[in-house]
Write a protein that binds this ligand. Structure first.
Ligand SMILES: [Zn+2]
Length: 437
């Protein structure tokens, strides 16, 4: 139900403190926000469409809602000004200025819970597999992280050491995606690539965002910003029109356009976001190298309270929670992580920031609120293996793709791209073979 005038009928005897209408504005303080832009997390974010959540009425019990809300998505806590859980329903703030609330009614129990329609299938609901076609019928979208090519330096996913060819994450992720697509198709999966070349998916370019960039700068108190900056090490680059225009292009617009493609066109059962990790390398022409090398995978969750204060992120979090992707994506992530850890021998990455939470049983999977994992409306697993500015990884990237093994730093190793693709495929085989039918 969407109403600013909703007044639930609650007995004073049962819940006296809630006798006053609950999902109605004015009872709680209004979070500070000056303009419509402030209420959205990004100038390119879509305004929430709360009506889309009506199909989830009475599809989830209060216990299941609480488990996902407190244990996965709002693990850092959630202010009752934003979401309030009652016995039979939850009140979710829709619009901060208007103080309108969405009322989500809980199912009484699992037996009477309605099921909401969805476009993706779990391992259990796929058709039974044929021998050697473990992934028969599974629709997988591979999302090679970043754009690469001519855009790699703008994305700051590019570095170069001496005369060696540059390391470009966007090119490397596309290479892995193509190898992985071939393997998954041989296993019976229907595979699509969200991006299949080193070009943006979004039709827009940085120059389309200069006006918005100026507005963003003005809103942060910069009235007469510099137009340009002096390379990636310019300490004041984030106060320039160019830097903001570029971020709006390659992050804001690009990822949102990919989400539209995934949700409207591809409609897969699973998205795999493929990345390579890196640690700060400093000067792109004289990068720092580090000894550490590690692996981790991400699923959506662990929203900060400040993120949930944005109307779009709060809506998208609740939509994700209600779509019940978490259990499926966590099981896939845990199985894939274990397979990758076994093959690569990499230790788990240890986050030093508080915007993540370790989840699952493998030790390699974290919940984190990323735009892609939030907006793709199906299970999403986000891969972050290998540190590109680790010397051994660098040597393996320079060796390129090859069959069999080669001696690298005294060790016979497969191509890093094949090792990545093969170990992801191994994880999926293990998961879909072992899932009960
Ligand atoms: Zn990346």
């Amino acid at each position: 139900m969407i109403s600013s005038h909703f007044r639930p009928r609650i007995s004073r005897l049962v819940l006296p403190r809630l006798a006053v209408a609950l999902c109605v504005g004015g009872l709680y303080s209004t979070a500070p926000s000056a303009s419509a832009v402030d209420r959205l997390s990004n100038p390119l974010a879509d305004s929430p469409k709360w009506k889309l959540l009506e199909k989830y009425q009475r599809t989830i019990t209060r216990a299941a809602f609480e488990r996902l809300l407190r244990g996965v998505y709002a693990i850092h806590g959630i202010n009752e000004d934003l979401i309030r859980v009652d016995r039979d329903f939850a009140c979710i703030l829709m619009d901060q200025d208007a103080q309108t609330w969405f009322t989500l009614h809980f199912a009484k129990d699992d037996q009477t819970a309605r099921s909401a329609s969805r476009t993706w299938r779990t391992a259990q609901t796929l058709p039974r597999q044929k021998p050697r076609k473990t992934l028969a019928g599974l629709k997988i979208a591979l999302d090679p992280g970043h754009i690469g090519g001519d855009w790699a330096r703008m994305e700051e996913r590019w570095f170069k050491l001496g005369d060696a060819p540059p390391v470009e994450e966007g090119e490397m992720t596309l290479r892995v995606a193509k190898l992985l697509a071939t393997k998954l198709r041989a296993l019976g999966a229907r595979v699509s690539l969200v991006r299949d070349k080193a070009e943006p998916v979004t039709p827009f370019r940085p120059s389309d965002f200069t006006t918005i960039a100026r507005e963003v700068l003005r809103a942060s108190g910069t009235e007469n910003p510099r137009e340009d900056f002096n390379g990636p090490d310019d300490p004041l680059k984030d106060q320039t029109v160019r830097w903001h225009s570029e971020i709006l292009f390659y992050r804001g617009s690009e990822i949102r356009q990919r989400a539209r493609r995934v949700n409207s066109l591809l409609r897969p059962d699973l998205v795999l976001c493929l990345h390579f990790n890196a640690e700060a390398w400093g000067d792109e022409h004289n990068p720092s190298f580090i000894d550490r090398n590690h692996l981790h995978l991400l699923v959506n969750g662990s929203y900060l309270e400040s993120e949930l204060a944005f109307d779009d992120e709060r809506f998208e979090m609740v939509r994700r929670l209600l779509s019940r992707t978490y259990d499926e994506e966590l099981r896939i992530a845990d199985t894939a992580a274990a397979a990758m850890a076994k093959t690569t021998g990499l230790p788990p990455y240890q986050y030093t920031t508080d915007n993540v939470a370790r989840v699952g049983t493998s030790g390699y999977v974290y919940a984190r609120n990323l735009v892609a994992t939030r907006l793709y409306q199906c299970p999403v697993v986000y891969f972050e293996p290998y540190v590109m500015n680790n010397a051994e990884v660098f040597a393996r990237v320079q060796a390129g793709d090859y069959e069999g093994t080669r001696l690298i730093d005294g060790v016979e190793r497969p191509s890093i791209f094949r090792e990545y693709a093969d170990s992801v495929a191994d994880g999926l085989i293990e998961y879909y073979q072992s899932a009960p039918h």
